[in-house]
Write a protein that binds this ligand. Structure first.
Ligand code: PAF
Length: 299
């Protein structure tokens, strides 16, 4: 165990994690892949506010990257991350090596049907199996009372809620609203691949989502026509290569028409300037995500 500037304890092994975790509670946990931004800081602050101990993990999980994904060039800066953690109030950072998480002989995968299948599940085969496997391992290692995830990864949040409910994992999953730049661009570690001008162009994603909200507010309930309102905005920038723009109910299984539900969502994934970006908004901005979700969450 080492102590970083700001008093954060940095641990790299399950044994050291158990030692700092012991006797302390409740514990709030924020799993991350590092290159932290204000969105992560919001998760960490919330974890610290609601718990005695805030633990952050920083682990770029190879299992959730496909062969053509950006694993090798995924941005990393541990010193900067430790400063963000300290400023946001984390007391412990768990940053294991890949060999600690996946030792030789590792053979188990956590794979979900249903909620993990459409959208990013279809666009990135194996991605959610990698996410679910590492998140379950991290939850078992940290044994938090609460775990905090950003709503920006809406489908990931739904997958994790489903897994936690299905496997009786004793943790409360807390979704935290997306943090955006003033321009509307959702904060993401991958934004660092884009220059200032390119980031300004990437606001086309949130503008497309808002166009869908506007069509819904104007009374449109046909899913395809709602989606077309967003696709029309994406088409204004020739740089955009959409993977999907979808209006979905809480279980993420697209229906021909929309049935009112506070957890209806519009999600988008698209490539711009060689970078894959995702974003989502509630279909009706007047619908806050309910504080208490049913067991298993929205999915
Ligand atoms: O959202 C992320 O950063 C990752 O998918 C997570 C949840 C840390 C699992 O690697």
């Amino acid at each position: 165990m080492t102590e970083a500037p700001g008093g954060v304890q940095v641990v790299r092994t399950p044994e050291a994690l158990r030692a700092v975790r012991q006797g302390l509670g409740p514990v709030g946990f924020v799993p991350t892949m590092g290159y932290l931004h204000e969105g992560h800081a919001a998760l960490i602050r919330r974890a610290r506010q609601e718990n005695a101990l805030a633990v952050v993990s920083i682990f770029v999980n190879p299992m959730q990257f496909g062969p053509t994904d950006d694993l090798a060039r995924y941005p990393r800066d541990l010193d900067r991350d430790l400063r963000v953690c300290a400023e946001a109030g984390a007391q412990v950072v768990f940053t294991p090596d890949a060999g600690v998480m996946y030792p030789p002989g590792f053979s188990t995968q956590v794979s979900l049907t249903g909620v993990s299948e459409p959208l990013d599940g279809a666009a990135r085969p194996g991605h959610f199996t990698g996410v679910a496997t590492v998140v379950l391992k991290l939850l078992n290692l940290v044994q938090p009372d609460r775990a905090y995830f950003g709503e920006k990864d809406w489908q990931q949040l739904a997958v994790i809620r489903r897994m936690v409910a299905d496997l009786n994992v004793p943790v409360q999953v807390v979704g935290v609203p997306t943090v955006r730049a003033d321009s509307g661009l959702a904060l993401s570690s991958r934004n660092s691949y884009l220059g200032t001008e390119q980031q300004a162009r990437a606001t086309v994603l949130s503008r497309a989502l808002r166009a869908v909200q506007a069509a819904y507010a104007a009374g449109e309930r046909d899913t395809a026509r709602l989606e077309q309102a967003g696709l029309d905005v994406l088409a204004t920038d020739p740089e955009v290569q959409p993977d999907y723009l979808a209006v979905v109910p809480p279980d993420l299984q697209r229906q021909p028409t929309v049935t009112p539900d506070p957890l209806n969502r519009v999600l988008v994934a698209a490539r711009m300037f060689g970078v894959r970006l995702i974003d989502n908004l509630p279909l009706d901005p007047a619908d806050p995500v309910p504080a208490a979700l049913p067991p298993g969450g929205p999915a």
